[in-house]
Design a protein around this ligand. Structure first.
Ligand code: SF4
Length: 113
């Protein structure tokens, strides 16, 4: 996930100054069209594609590994928070030793307090 955010920021860092520079070469009414096209086509659309690929690549890890039912697992980053490592289908950072179930009772208590 960090890679998606990183490359989105990098593309934005290149596209936005470039658009600023191109403003002097286009009439203002055309510049807006070019700007919206460039922002969507170079920054937003590739970020959406990368995010969908990230979700698809990690779908099985998020849904069907031991980590998916552990309270130390962050599904949004596909990260073990206890070991600060990314589990995979063939690799559990703790080898299952540190697994702790997600305790739904804790969530219910927090909601009522
Ligand atoms: S503690 Fe173990 S089971 Fe839990 S998320 Fe980390 S590696 Fe997975």
């Amino acid at each position: 996930m960090g890679r998606v955010v990183y490359w989105t920021i990098m593309r934005a860092a290149i596209v936005i100054p470039s658009l600023w520079f191109l403003m002097y070469y286009f009439q203002f009414r055309y510049w807006w069209i070019v700007a919206f096209g460039a922002i969507y086509g170079i920054i937003i659309h590739p970020a959406i594609i990368q995010f969908r690929k990230f979700e698809n690549d990690n779908k099985e890890i998020v849904q069907s590994t031991l980590c998916s039912s552990c309270k130390h697992f962050d599904k949004t980053a596909v990260l073990c928070l206890k070991y600060d490592e990314h589990p995979s289908l063939n690799f559990l950072p703790c080898d299952g030793v540190e697994w702790e179930p997600i305790n739904n009772f804790d969530y219910e208590e927090k909601e009522y307090n």
